[in-house]
Structures are given as C-alpha cells and as structure tokens.
Design a protein around this ligand. Structure first.
Ligand SMILES: NC(=O)C1=CN([C@@H]2O[C@H](COP(=O)(O)OP(=O)(O)OC[C@H]3O[C@@H](n4cnc5c(N)ncnc54)[C@H](O)[C@@H]3O)[C@@H](O)[C@H]2O)[C@H](O)CC1
Ligand SMILES: [K+]
Length: 496
C-alpha cells in the first residue's frame, strides 16, 4: 500500500526532506524538474517540437523555469516561456530559477493583470502555472489565461497537477482547469486524481519519484491508501497440495428474477472462476435450465429451501437481479455469515434503512454511485460522497465498496483503500454482478472481509486490464469471468 497524502502532508514531507536529508529547497526543485524532464522525454522524443512553458510565480512556476532550462540543455531548442505575473509575490526558488534562465537562449515573456495574450503558436504546452498551492477556484486573469490556453487545443503536460484542479477536497462542478493530456506528478498521485471530477482536468497521470523521504511519508497518518500489486501477492494464497473442494468453501448466491436471471448467472459463474470450492445459486426455478447450460458447475437451490442452504454456506451474496419482492429482513435473521449485499439488496436496504442495524458486522456493501446516494443521501461531489462512506462504514461496522473507475474500498475503521486497476472498456452491464461473485468466492475461501474486498476489486480490474491490453475495446462480463484464472496466475507468477 502507498499512503496518499493531502497537500498539507505533501508540504510536510517536503519540509522534512529538506531538513533531514538535508537538501536545499532549490535543489529539491531541481530534482523535481529533472524527474519531470526524464518522464517528458519518454513521452515526447522529438526534440524539434516547439514547446510553450507557462509558469506562475510560486514553486510550480519555479519547477517550470527549471524544466525549461533542463529541456534546452537536453537539446530541445524550441522552448518559449510565458510568466503569469498576476500576483505581486514570487517564491524564492522561482526567483533563483528565473535568474538562472537568463543565461539560457530561451525567450521569456511576462504578462501582468489585464494584459492581452498572444496567439499560441507552439505544438506542446507545459503547464506550470499553479500546482498544489491552489487555494481557490480560478478567476480573473488566471481564468482568462487558462481559457486562452485551452482554446489553443494543443496537448498540455501538467507539472504536478493541472492548473485549477485542487489536490484534495471538493472539486466543484463549476471549477475550470487547464486541460492536460498527461500530468507528471511528484512522488504520489494526488487524491483528487481518483475522483471522476478529474476527468475534466486530464486524460492520465504518471507519478515520478523526487526523492522525498519515503519512510517519513509512510509513517504519516493517511486516511487513503493506494493498493499495489505487491499487496495482492501478499494476500493471495495458492491452491494447497492435497486440498479438495471443501478446502475452498461454499458460496451461496441469492439472486435472479424472471427478467434478470443473467445477473445471477454472472455472479455464480464469477464465484466458480474465483475459486470457491462449491457454488450454489438460489434462483427462481425458471432459471435452472439456463444455469445448467451455462455453468453446470453451479448447484441449484429453490428459494423455499434457502434456510438449509444458508446453514451450509461459508459466504452469502444477496442481490444481483434479485428483484424487490424478497424478504431481506427475514434473511438477515438467519445466522450471521460473511455477507455481500449488492444491487436490489441495496435498494431494499435503502427502502428500509432500519435493516442496516441488522447487518452482521463486516458485511460488504457494493454500491455504485446511484445506489450509494439512494442509501446515504444525494451528494454533489465525490469528496463528500467518500467522506459520508467513511462515516457510515464506521457507524454500521460495514465494508463499503464504492464502485468507480478507481473503486474506493472503505473499511469499518474508516480507512479507505483505492483500487488502481480497471479501465473504461469494463463499463458494461454485468460487471458489478461479476465483482459480487468474486468477492463472495474469496469470503467463502476464508479471506477476512477486508482482504477479500481488496483481492476481488484488484483482480476484477486486473482481468479487465489484461483483456484491454489484448485489444478488447469493450469487455463483456462473461469474457471477464473467463479471464479470472489466468489473471490470478499472472499475479502469482509475477515478481515485480
Ligand atoms: N513536495 C513536492 O511535491 C514539491 C513540490 N514542488 C512544487 O511546488 C508546487 C507547490 O508550490 P507552491 O508555491 O506551494 O504553490 P503554487 O505554485 O501551486 O501556487 C503559488 C501561489 O499562488 C497562489 N494561488 C493559489 N491558487 C490561486 C488562485 N486560484 N488564484 C490566484 N492565486 C492563487 C497562492 O498564493 C500560492 O501560494 C507543487 O505543485 C510542485 O510543483 C517543488 O518544486 C518540489 C517539491
Ligand atoms: K500545474
């Protein structure tokens, strides 16, 4: 796991590194600029390309000036610098780098409040206007400049953060940003990069190491942590010698209805492919033929004998395609089992919120945004939504899997884990049912809810990434199920 820091914590790490390495802050800026340039050169190998570097007068602007000098030293001969002198303040390291730039053959133009901006004639923009120091939405001259640069429609590469995007906190829907094709960010991705609101600010981001003290960073109290492949390798257990189906638990899937049987089948199929020793689908009898044809590995039980099957199960999923006529309250009176509630089960919970109190501790809820808001109230931004999720997970002692391109997994202690895998090719019906099946299978195999959740979300996204890398622009849920075992094997075999 990697700690995701707030901008205040990032400044702390900055100060700590400067004091204890020790390193002068202007040398740390040089290191950041070098790391940026190294990544930039991988992205843009043509040294004849014309580059406009727009700088503010804080440290983000200081980085931009250092980048201009370093690019020129690396043979990029067509670099132009614009400086936005909209504030009277300039940082010391900005001033030092501006003085150094005077020895380079790089044209520098300065713009003051109300100045007209010339047309942008360059092919690439490097955005070093504002970074993690952003303290309000863009307005006035800043907004005018950003709109002028956006209108030029040339690819922009942001230094650390696209100008106008807050590093953390609420990203208001009215916020305007300098749109970046890529952001090259320092040491850690910023929290807001994981919110859908950041789609307005950039296409993708790359993280570069600038040598801040990692031990210090990892010892900071961080509410948000990013899951890494090494965590998954640490959690995932291989199949044991002399093991048998009983070793890997029994998953019970309560799902499906006349017109939504597919959801039940996908969920049950995902459980089989995720290693549950046995999977039983509790579906209406009319789904039996389809179940036998599609997944003969899955056992069947009618709703009438649910109570007995519940006794035998090691983990239970309720919800995919279930419909809204089942008696969820009655089910929650059965003995407590590791439980996943998804889809219609979440709608039933939203209709009768008092049932939240009956959930066994550590139950896993897997809402997408709309289901979440139905349960816990409307939210106009993801920062508030995730913070509500933290409060509710603690209050109800549940795990909340808030599904998103980057899924937030919120634990009963309020800690948030961010899943890095997954891609837009997976945005299709049935994907959530598959995730529920995977989660239930891992719970049935005896993984504690926190680990089962992290495993399921990571492997779900990883299977999708694998298929996308093989050329699938759109991934049907059934294809994802089939890719689970090879994804599993690739994770176990990889040493990185
Ligand atoms: N540890 C690191 O990651 C390092 C980061 N570096 C770079 O430093 C910037 C942060 O620099 P800072 O001087 O704190 O802030 P900015 O340059 O982003 O902003 C300057 C200044 O501008 C004012 N301001 C903020 N928002 C607005 C606004 N909307 N309108 C007008 N004015 C605004 C405010 O006063 C700010 O202080 C970080 O992103 C990195 O690029 C270091 O170079 C290396 C270590
Ligand atoms: K920037």
């Amino acid at each position: 796991m990697k700690n995701i820091l707030t901008s205040e914590q990032m400044r702390e790490a900055d100060r700590h590194t400067i004091a204890t390495e020790p390193i002068a802050s202007v040398d740390l800026m040089e290191r950041a600029a070098l790391a940026f340039v190294k990544a930039f050169m991988q992205l843009h190998r043509d040294k004849n390309v014309s580059i406009l570097i727009c700088c503010g007068t804080g440290n983000n602007g200081g980085d931009g000036l250092a980048v201009a000098r370093l690019l020129q030293q690396h043979g990029y001969d067509n670099v132009t610098v614009w400086i936005a002198r909209f504030a009277s303040r300039q940082s010391t390291d900005f001033a030092t780098n501006l003085a150094k730039l005077h020895y380079c053959p790089i044209p520098v133009s300065e713009f003051f409040p109300s100045d007209e901006f010339p047309a942008v004639t360059q092919s690439i923009l490097i955005d070093a206007l504002l970074g993690s120091g952003l303290n309000k939405l863009l307005d006035g001259d800043w907004l005018r400049l950003v709109q002028h640069l956006n209108a030029a429609r040339i690819p922009s590469i942001a230094v650390d953060i696209p100008t106008g995007l807050p590093a953390d906190g609420i990203v208001p829907s009215t916020a305007q940003m300098l749109y970046a094709r890529e952001a090259i960010t320092f040491q850690r991705p910023k929290l807001s990069f994981f919110f859908p609101e950041s789609a307005k600010a950039m296409d993708k981001f790359h993280v570069v190491d600038i040598g801040l003290d990692e031990v210090f960073i990892e010892n900071l109290p961080a509410d948000f942590k990013l899951v890494e492949a090494s965590d998954i390798r640490g959690i995932l257990r291989g199949r044991k010698r002399f093991s048998h189906k009983g070793t890997y638990g029994h998953a019970l899937i309560i799902a499906g209805n006349t017109h939504t049987m597919g959801a039940a089948l996908l969920c049950a199929g995902a459980s089989v492919y995720s290693g549950a020793g046995l999977t039983t689908a509790c579906i209406p009898a009319e789904g039996l033929l389809a179940l036998n044809a599609r997944y003969p590995e899955v056992m069947y039980t009618p709703r009438e004998t649910l109570a007995e099957n519940w006794e035998d199960a090691d983990a239970v999923a309720v919800g995919p395609g279930l419909g809204l006529t089942v008696d969820l309250q009655h089910m929650l009176e059965y003995p407590a089992k590791p439980l996943v509630l998804d889809a219609d089960a979440l709608t039933l919970l939203a209709r009768n919120k008092s049932l939240m109190k009956k959930l066994p501790p550590n139950s896993v809820l897997t809402p997408h945004m709309k289901e979440f808001d139905r349960l816990f109230g409307e939210h106009s931004n993801w920062w508030d939504r995730v913070n509500t999720a933290r409060r509710r997970a603690v209050q109800h002692q549940t795990v909340i899997v808030l599904k998103n391109q980057y899924t937030f997994m919120i634990m009963p202690d309020g800690q948030v884990y961010i899943n890095p895998t997954g891609n837009p090719a997976m945005a299709s019906g049935g994907m959530g049912d598959v995730l529920t099946g995977m989660l239930t299978a891992f719970l049935a195999q005896g993984y504690p809810p926190q680990e089962a959740t992290i495993l399921a979300c990571y492997m779900h996204g990883s299977a999708g990434d694998r298929l996308a890398a093989e050329g699938m622009a759109v991934i049907p849920a059934t294809e994802l199920i089939a890719a689970i075992p090879v994804t599993w094997d690739a994770i176990v075999q990889s040493n990185c």
